[in-house]
Design a protein. Structure first.
Length: 225
């Protein structure tokens, strides 16, 4: 059994943990295993609360002090395709079109919230082909969890619009290499398909020299009106 805490700074929607950050913490707590780890968020992750990761029959579970299931994790066998890269110039231009600058369902989100000067400040705007792109200045405390967080919202903003908010439901990240602190990387997101309230998206992180650093696949869930 392993304990973890989602610090209040790493929120997504107000009062709950950012899905990408939370998933990265769970993946780190699980440790090194064969294949990728797929995280499914079951409830809004509580902040500043001791949570326990335990082994289950088919994977792992994250529970709160009352035993309520917050997230589950399993091994994933298949790989994740990369989203094709764009140039830094294209990513900067896309960030200027970021809809969240003026209309954001969770403007204090640690990853993409415009009201978070202490956040990752990743502002993924739409490209003409429907993908998203943004630049990402890597913080000094770079870690695999930071990469999991950085790849979260760029995928989500490929489906989020002013009429429909989404939250992360299921998430897998393949980290091929960590970026360097203070590097200006490029993150791209891509919608794959949508069925009902569920949308499958992918995202990828590229180093300044164009090297692929990480790939993610996620299912986002439309928030009921």
């Amino acid at each position: 059994m392993t304990s973890l805490v989602i610090d209040a700074r790493h929120n997504g929607p107000p009062g709950s943990g950012n899905g990408g950050w939370t998933s990265g913490l769970v993946a780190g707590a699980v440790g090194t295993v064969d294949g990728l780890i797929e995280i499914t968020l079951r409830k809004p992750p509580p902040l500043d609360t001791g949570l326990e990761v335990t082994t289950t029959a088919d994977g792992w579970a994250l529970a709160d002090p009352d035993g309520a299931l917050i997230a589950s994790a399993v091994r994933r066998a298949d790989d994740i395709p990369a989203v094709p890269p764009v140039s830094r110039t294209e990513a900067l231009a896309a960030s200027g079109r970021y809809a969240g600058h003026t209309d954001h369902p969770f403007p204090t989100c640690f990853v993409c919230g415009p009201q978070r000067p202490d956040g990752l400040r990743i502002f993924p705007g739409r490209l003409p082909d429907g993908r998203t792109a943004a630049t990402f200045v890597v913080p000094p405390d770079v870690s695999p969890t930071v990469v999991w967080a950085a790849l979260d919202c760029p995928g989500g903003w490929a489906v989020i619009d002013r009429d429909q908010a989404f939250v992360l439901g299921r998430y897998t990240v393949a980290v091929d290499g960590l970026p360097e602190s203070d590097d200006e990387c490029v993150v791209v997101g891509q919608p794959v398909h949508r069925e009902g309230r569920k949308a499958l998206v992918r995202s990828s992180l590229y180093a300044p020299d164009g090297a692929l650093l990480a790939r993610a696949e996620a299912t986002w869930i439309a928030v009921a009106a």
